[in-house]
Structure formats: C-alpha cells, structure tokens
Design a protein around this ligand. Structure first.
Ligand SMILES: Nc1ncnc2c1ncn2[C@@H]1O[C@H](COP(=O)(O)OP(=O)(O)OP(=O)(O)O)[C@@H](O)[C@H]1O
Length: 605
C-alpha cells in the first residue's frame, strides 16, 4: 500500500485489541488505508455503514476488523456463544471470494491468545457438501463468524439447530451485486430471519442502486462513506490503474490478444470472456495456437494459460486459482468469466484484457480492478468493435471512467492469417471441436443480447461474419438472429469446401456412433422423402413472415432458396437433426438459464 500519509493503527480514536494489532502488523498491514481509517471507527462505534471505495483499496479489512472486535467484546462478557449460535454473518456472491475472506480472517485469528477465547470462521457455500454437513460442522467447530454465499445461507439459517438471535453483525460484500434482482428473494428472507438489533455494513466499489434497499435490511440511519482514488477528480478507478480501449474488428481479436500477451511485460493477466462455453472453447483453441506459434519460433514460450468458470468443479476452480497465483517464472494468463470479476485479490495481476465489455457497466470497473490493486500499477485493455461499440468510451466517461486509446498496435497481418489457418486446421481435425465452437458462438450471441446499454450493443449491428471468423466457424448455427446476417449463405455454410458429412470425431466411440447413425438414417430416409416434400411445398406456399415465427419455419429459413430446399430433402435424417441441434441447444440453455437465474445466478459465471 502506498506509504505516503501513513495512517497508523494508533491513530484510531480507540485502542485496538493488542493481539489484533499484532496480527495486523505481522501480516504486513502496518498502517490503515483511507477506507479503513474512515470505516473502522464508525462501524466499531455502532453505526451502520454503506461503503463505496475503489477496487483494491482494502475494504475487506475495513469490515473484518470491526467484526472480530465485536465478537471478542461479546466473548469477554459472555465467555461463549450458546450452542447453535453465531455472532456475525458475512455474505458475498462467489465461493472464491468467500474462501478469500475466510483466509484473511484465519490469518488474523491465529494471533488470538488461546487462553482467552478461540475465534473461528466457517464458510457455508452452495455446491459444497450439503446443508446438513454445514450444520454438523458448525455444531462441532462452534464458529462465531459465518461466511456464506446467498443461496446456501438461507437453508443454513432456517435449519432448526441454527440459532440466529445472537447475530450482531451482517456484512454484505459486493453489496450492489447481492441486492440486485438475482438475489432479492434470498436477501429479504435473510433480513427477516436475522434479529432486528444488529449492525449492517455494505461494501462495494460500485453502489449504483443500493441506497434504496438499505432499509429493507433493517439498517437504521446508515452512514454513507465514499472513498475515491482521487477526491478532486472523483475517479472511480485506482490512481495507478491505466485503462485503454482498442478498436478492433471481431476477426482480429484473437490475433491482437496474442500480440498483447507476447509483447507486454506482465506477471499475471486475466482475460475475460462472456460465457463458460466461450472460456472452455478458447482455452482449448488458444493452447493449441500457443504450441503452433511456439514451434514456428514465435515469442510465446513463456505464456501459460489457465481457465476458470462456474461450471467447473469447485476443486478444479480452487486448484486453478492456486496455480495461477502461485510462484512461477511464466507469464500466467487466466481465461475467465465474471466469476473472477469481483473481489478476487490475486497478487501481481498487472494486466486485464476484456475481449468484449461486460453486459453491466459496473462489472467493467470490477474486472479492471483485478489489476492495479493496493497502490500497485496495472493496465486494463478492452476491445471494442468498429461502429456502435466505439460509443462505449463516451458512455463510460459519463460514468466517470475514462478510457484512453491504445493507439496503433503494430502487428504482422500475415501472422493473423496464420492464426486463422491454424485454427481452421485444428477445428477440422475433430467434429467435436466445431460443435464446441458452435455452442460458444450461440452463447456469445445470447449474452450479447443482455447488454444493459442496448443502444450501443445491438444484435442487429453485430459483425456476424467477423465473429464467425473469430470463433473459426465453418457454418452459422441456426438462430433467430440469423435474420441480421447480411448475405446469409445457403444453409449457413460459410465455407462451402467443408463437407460436413465427412467431418469425423477424433474420439473413436463417438465416430462409430455417428457413422452407425448416419448409415441407419441413410437407409430410412427414403420413406420420409414424400413427407418432407409435401411439407416443403406447403412451407414454400406460405408467407415468409408467418414462417419466420414458428419453430418449424425456423428450420426452413436457412433453406429458403429452391436449391437448398432440394438439398435439405437429400440430407439424411442425422444431418437434418444436426442442423436443428444448435436451436435445441439454445432452447435447453434458455431453460437452464431461467432456472439458474431463479436459484443461483453466480453458478453460471
Ligand atoms: N492496511 C493495509 N496495508 C497494506 N495492505 C493492505 C491493507 N489493507 C489491505 N491491504 C491489501 O490490499 C489488497 C486489496 O485489499 P482488498 O481485497 O480488501 O480490496 P477491496 O477494496 O476489497 O477490493 P475489491 O473492491 O476488488 O473487492 C489486498 O492484497 C490486501 O492485503
């Protein structure tokens, strides 16, 4: 943390518990950060607080210190919490963040003298064991501080063995996220379950709409504390974090990404993708490209990729994060969804690259804030495609986030073409890869439709051809958005030289199944011809506008030319089914999405 204007722990208006002071100094926190200096006296002095302070400014300790102090004061008077009772509840949106807060607390409570009281924290997280195991652990450990994600904690608090009446403090870390519509029902329930007499603290780097919600959580006359990086310019971004944008056509994004990763000197970088499938697809593709480029003598030897998203097992996620943040001579690059956008404090992340801006402009601030933390320098770059997306710069400027032009980046266009060629060869080697690319593309389009700044991010203005090249697609999937694609190719085939029937799986079992299915359907397709022919004639004679509305006619729209209809009739059943597969995926993913949105939004990140 910057050394200027040191605010020592002794400058607090009261004396910290001696063991806590020692713990702080031993952990390297020799003085307070501005947010800690502003919050600790008020929150410890029984005021509710709503705190907005830039990313990496030390908000975690600003609530952890008062929480530990309150628990200690209680224990001093009562000597223990009754069985099933706890003293503080800290809620945060992701498991990674919960583990991080638990780590900060554990590092401090180690210094608590054994002969007085044993302080303990317990994480209660969705997707980890069951609520019953959480309760059993809690009864055993008798943890006084619970750190939880919103879904699981409701079940935990409602369990008959868990008593909430001693809870004195409620903390919402990343409060604006916790109070948005995804968690509103859980948060209202929690407010009802917990006792009215408690202190509430809300913390985040962005606090757009939170203030209206404070009363729902039973805050009484809260103090609003805002700590900006520079009080004069009212900057929402840490002072040593440089923000850039680069106007780059979609088909050149991967090339530019490689160029930046090779040419920038960094220790750790995070590259954000919009969806889980995009992360997992580009992780495979980029790893392949890295090895190709390395063989061709390019400067990418020292780059090591990692992938993180909410559909990975928790164990894998934890392992990935520890590999990414551990000691290493490599330039470590984490490809991630927004599961790593908020709160994560990974040492020495000095570069953040966003291939696309996030759907929520507040998340932009959080993503960038993974670099340039605690007074260190950092760089964040966002790619914007030419056209409407260029307006994002002014849009963010109105929100007091200033982006600067990265300027001309000198790269070799031949190299970009080489990257495309390599991607195509890699994709053609396995049918499963193209299927994955297609899924990633579909989820990308779905995600794009969710941008809150709808006037800037319009599906109708997307460069679908460029995007298809970015994803190395040979064929556009069947989607309603195809109506926006100019010169939509017959059957969606972008590259007519690729024969889809000949594209095989590298996995022998999958390939055998495909071939068997193909043979079977080739034999049985004859009797269906008459039916298909009748259907096609009927569809041909009905107006297109009507056709476009129904799912049946969705199938037809990409075969609208006479020639293609013929082609469709000639396709075996398996191939016909495949043309509809993307649509089915889409419907399935929509259903899952709805279900997820009502349960736990963050599992999808
Ligand atoms: N008093 C202090 N002295 C030195 N370093 C500190 C101090 N307080 C916090 N830090 C360090 O600053 C970094 C950022 O802290 P923290 O994660 O709490 O930031 P934050 O404000 O919660 O960020 P975000 O908004 O991204 O969640 C951490 O590495 C932490 O160890």
């Amino acid at each position: 943390m910057a050394a200027e204007n040191k605010l020592t722990w002794d400058s607090l208006p009261y004396e910290l518990l001696p063991w806590l002071r020692e713990a702080l100094v031993s952990n390297g926190y020799e003085s307070m950060t501005p947010v800690q200096a502003s919050v600790i006296p008020l929150f410890s002095g029984n005021k509710d607080v709503v705190v907005q302070a830039v990313t990496g400014s030390g908000k975690t300790l600003a609530f952890v210190i008062p929480v530990l102090e309150k628990i200690c004061h209680f224990l001093r008077e009562e000597s223990t919490f009754k069985r099933g009772h706890f003293g503080a509840l800290i809620i945060c949106p992701t498991k990674e963040l919960a583990f991080q807060i638990e780590g900060v607390i554990n590092n401090l409570v180690e210094f608590c003298p054994d002969d007085s009281y044993k302080l303990k924290a317990q994480a209660v997280l969705g997707g980890v064991g069951t609520v019953l195991t959480d309760v059993q652990n809690f009864m055993k450990t008798r943890a006084q501080v619970i750190i939880a994600t919103p879904g699981r904690v409701v079940e935990f608090l409602q369990h008959s063995m868990v008593k909430t009446s001693s809870c004195q403090v409620l903390i919402l870390d990343e409060a604006d996220r916790l109070l948005d519509h995804n968690f509103s029902s859980e948060m209202s329930l929690i407010a009802k379950i917990l006792p009215r007499q408690k202190r509430v603290g809300m913390f985040s780097a962005t606090m757009s709409a939170v203030i209206d919600d404070v009363f729902k959580l039973g805050m009484s006359n809260p103090v609003r504390i805002t700590v900006k990086s520079d009080q004069l310019s009212k900057k929402l971004i840490p002072s040593k974090l440089r923000l850039f944008y680069s106007i780059v056509p979609a088909d050149q994004k991967i090339g530019l990404l490689f160029h930046l990763l090779e040419s920038y000197q960094f220790k750790r970088a995070i590259v954000y993708f919009p969806t889980c499938v995009c992360v997992s697809y580009f992780y495979m593709l980029l790893n392949h490209l890295l090895s190709c480029l390395y063989k061709q003598g390019n400067d990418c030897k020292g780059i090591r990729l990692h992938s993180l998203h909410g559909k990975l097992q928790l164990e894998t996620r934890t392992k990935t994060l520890s590999l990414f943040s551990g000691l290493s001579d490599y330039k470590n690059v984490l490809l991630s969804t927004d599961v790593a956008a908020r709160g994560l404090d990974i040492p020495d992340v000095d570069l953040v690259i966003q291939l696309d801006p996030p759907t929520d402009p507040d998340v932009f601030v959080h993503r960038c804030g993974r670099a340039g933390r605690a007074g260190k320098s950092g760089t964040a770059v966002v790619f914007l495609t030419p056209g409407l997306e260029e307006n994002y710069v002014d849009f963010m400027s109105l929100r007091k986030v200033e982006l600067h032009d990265l300027g001309n980046v000198h790269y070799d266009p031949q190299r970009f073409e080489l990257i495309h060629q390599e991607s195509r060869t890699w994709l053609l080697a396995d049918r499963a890869r193209h299927e994955k690319a297609t899924k990633a593309f579909v989820t990308y389009i779905r995600h794009y439709s969710k941008h809150s700044a709808a006037s800037i991010f319009r599906l109708s203005a997307l460069d679908y051809w460029g995007l298809a090249k970015e994803f190395s697609l040979f064929r556009f999937p069947k989607m309603p958005e195809n109506k926006f694609i100019h010169d939509f190719p017959e059957g969606g085939f972008i590259d007519k030289s690729v024969t889809f029937e000949n594209q095989s799986y590298s996995n022998a079992q999958n390939e055998n199944e495909r071939l068997q299915e193909f043979c079977l359907s080739s034999k049985t397709v004859q009797p269906n011809d008459a039916i298909l022919d009748r259907k096609a004639r009927k569809e041909r004679n009905s107006p297109w506008s009507k056709n476009a509305k129904s799912k049946v006619n969705e199938k037809q729209s990409s075969y609208s030319s006479k020639e293609n209809k013929k082609k469709r009739l000639l396709l075996p059943e398996a191939e016909l089914r495949e043309t509809q597969e993307d649509w089915k995926d889409l419907v399935r993913s929509n259903k899952r999405q709805k279900a997820r949105e009502t349960t736990n939004f963050f599992n999808d990140l």
